[in-house]
Design a binder for this molecule. Structure first.
Ligand SMILES: [Zn+2]
Length: 93
């Protein structure tokens, strides 16, 4: 399997269905405790991996590893992760 082919998983109907199921499970509520925003517009929600999957198929599809975040919280997390990955890049990339 070519590396980073997991990016295509986000385009699968299976992922689209899973992400909607997670939003429903979390009642369209951002799971960041300090936030707790309710966002009925799913285009403003992100289905986030609690443990970064990094191409691990099991983690990617694991519902217990998924949480609903609003876009603002997700972007904040992502910035933090990118800083972290500067140190870990090369291990899995
Ligand atoms: Zn939020």
């Amino acid at each position: 399997m070519p590396r980073q082919s997991w990016k295509a998983w986000y385009k699968l109907a299976r992922w689209q269905a899973l992400r909607l199921r997670i939003f429903l499970r979390d009642r369209y509520t951002c799971q960041r405790k300090a936030c707790g925003r309710v966002e009925p517009n799913t285009s403003q929600l992100v289905c986030d991996h609690v443990i970064p999957h990094r191409g691990d198929e099991r983690l990617f599809w694991d519902e217990t590893n998924l949480q609903t975040l609003c876009k603002a919280c997700h972007n904040r997390d992502k910035q933090r992760e990118e800083q972290t990955s500067l140190h870990t890049r090369g291990v899995w990339d």
